[in-house]
Write a protein that binds this ligand. Sequence first.
Ligand code: CP
Length: 306
Amino acid sequence: MRHLMSPLDFSVEELNELLDLANDIEANPQKYANACTGKKLATLFFEPSTRTRLSHEAAMLNLGGSVLGFSSADSSSASKGETVSDTARMVSCYADIIAMRHPKEGAPMVASRYSSVPIINAGDGGHQHPTQTLTDLLTIRSIGGRLDNLTIGLCGDLKFGRTVHSLIHALVRYNNIKFVLISPEELRLPGYIRKDVLDKGNVPYEEVERLEDAIPKLDVLYMTRVQKERFFNEEDYIRMKDFYILDAKKMELAPENMMVLHPLPRVNEIAVEVDDDPRAAYFKQAQYGVYVRMALILTLLGIQVS
Ligand code: CP
């Protein structure tokens, strides 16, 4: 039995196979329409979500399976003090696969030790968000045609943004990847990723504060929201929240083929006027999230469709 806790749980070859499967699902949805008939996905979301929960559910429904679950800790027995390990043990009696989001780093990992079915980490605190990374990789490869030879700008809350942490872990395994880390000093990428992943792997990167300086050299600009829920005080959040706003004027500085991604939800960091720019790929990215989660469910359940 396999779980997905981090993008590193899949080798590059396995990731490429998963993305190929997602592309085939996009092209031939009918072929997969009954692949999970009789299977159940449980979504255990102890933290709010729109995309991750609903795209996992849409993925299982598209595969002919069914879904159950809860969307907040308050509506589960966690509010009565039940542990993650007991919850996982229980729910694995009710479902064939579980997607779990939790505010505590490592909670899905704990669940995986007690579950008798595969667990998907659907975001754990400020740590990892591997299914978002699968979505991001599929989007970059499908639109840009490659996952190597890329200069990727990561902009915004690089300290608490778990999507950025997972994406870096995944992308450093491809050839000739360069990162431009665009953040204010207070929201820099944590040292454990800068030193242990980028420095140790000799991955080229630079840290800059001004988005305008970085944007002309990027193949991909990955914008992120300032993670309000991870701040200890509201004053700091308010000071930081509008530090970056990508607007039409800044897009004039961007290369013609640069792709703008965002895991969403956005707050103010991408002006609505950018949505009509052909380089804005963040809504398409959310759509790719369904295909890649369909591929993931099939892979973790060991279901092959011929
Ligand atoms: N990208 C993402 O994780 O969105 P949600 O928080 O809405 O699931």
